[in-house]
Design a protein around this ligand. Structure first.
Ligand code: F6P
Length: 370
């Protein structure tokens, strides 16, 4: 525990945005203000520090209760975010035109020291929390807040943003059911989630899908086709298939969009269309693919996500006041606890195959294409 008095802290949002980011920011700013601390926001991940000239306000801005008024329900992030500017592998253009990845973490520490900022609250997923961990290893006090619609972070029961994404996706499935039935079609709905199937699984179960394809269970489409044909025989002339963007066939690979760029994660996508085309061949039925994509990241957070985000933000500041560092606020109902960043950074929480929701899906007759 580091009990040295805190006078000012910084906050940033990194990686893909998720509904609830603004609620966390509000909770952090108000909780700091009420302790007499100053709070600064860093623009777009760490870009506000690494590329200050790109921002009219210099890239680091003081946040007051006025700055965060009326933002709890807003999607996006008032600070902006990026999934490109990882300071550990920062893509820098070289004189010969090539791009080289460089480590710029010391510049971040220097910027904090120059401004007298005592601690950082980093809101992000596994990548951002890995950066946060590295920063804390260099002596700065850091607390992470678990953000991602994908829910693929270790050591927290849930991340904020997930509930909103699943609620919206389920709503889309409800709408797609009627058009699927009207046209006697197979509807294949592709959802985000990276290499984990949380969004697909929860959406498929709540939206009463007939098949759910997730990365944790490589699929055999023949099995999905069997299910669709069986439904056909029972007079159910439409079927709903939810597929995670990271799903792959048995012995096959994930579908990616283009070549991997330097300093960026592989972009997943295209599996929905692929599954739809193959199911048409296997079943003789017409299929349509719908990609929900970034729609899942937009809009207002659900009430669950608002409250969770506010709890995480307030807990992060409380944690700093208690002298904590190098840890993440995590939901362990009914508590928000603190877990070491090292146990979260660069890790991925996949859906356990023996989890209750998998069993539930099977018992409801949903196939995973096994
Ligand atoms: O991690 C959140 C996420 O939305 C993933 O589900 C998805 O694969 C990725 O981000 C997409 O990122 P981008 O904003 O680069 O398209």
């Amino acid at each position: 525990m580091n009990k040295k008095e805190i006078k000012s802290i910084a906050i940033n949002t990194g990686g893909g945005d998720a509904p609830g980011l603004n609620a966390v920011i509000r909770a952090v700013v108000l909780s700091s203000f009420n302790r007499g601390w100053k709070c600064y926001g860093i623009r777009e991940g760490y870009n506000g520090i690494l590329q200050p000239d790109e921002y009219p306000d210099g890239g680091i801005v003081e946040l007051t209760p006025d700055s965060v008024r009326g933002i709890t329900h807003l999607g996006g992030t008032i600070l902006g975010t990026t999934n490109r500017g990882n300071p550990l592998n920062y893509p820098l253009k070289q004189p010969d035109g090539s791009v080289k990845e460089v480590n710029r973490i010391d510049e971040i520490i220097q910027a904090f020291n120059e401004r007298g900022i005592d601690a950082l609250i980093a809101i992000g997923g596994d990548g951002s929390l890995h950066i946060a961990h590295e920063i804390s290893l260099r002596g700065l006090r850091v607390i992470g807040v678990p953000k991602t619609i994908d829910n693929d972070l270790e050591r927290t029961v849930i991340t904020f943003g997930f509930d909103t994404a699943v609620s919206f996706a389920s709503n889309c499935i409800d709408r797609l059911h009627s058009t699927a039935e009207a046209h006697r079609r197979i509807m294949v709905v592709e959802v985000m989630g990276r290499y984990a199937g949380w969004i697909a699984l929860h959406t498929g179960v709540s939206g009463t899908a007939d098949a759910i394809l997730i990365p944790e269970i490589p699929y055999d489409l023949e099995k999905v086709a069997e299910k669709i044909i069986e439904r056909e025989k029972l007079g159910k002339h439409f079927s709903m298939v939810v597929v995670a963007e990271g799903a792959k066939p048995k012995g096959g690979t994930v579908s990616v969009l283009g070549e991997k760029e330097v300093g960026r994660a592989e972009r997943l996508g295209g599996i929905g269309e692929r599954v739809a085309r193959e199911l048409e061949i296997l079943t003789g039925k017409e299929a349509r693919a719908v990609v929900l994509g970034h729609l899942l990241r937009g809009g207002s957070p659900t009430n669950f996500d608002r409250v969770l985000s506010l709890r995480f933000g307030a807990a992060a500041v409380r944690g700093l006041a208690e002298g904590r560092s190098d840890c993440m606020a995590a939901l362990d109902p009914p508590y928000v606890k603190f877990v070491p960043l090292s146990q979260v950074a660069k890790r991925m929480k996949l859906v356990p195959l023996d989890s209750d929701i998998i069993l539930t899906a099977r018992e409801l007759g949903i196939t995973f294409g096994e």
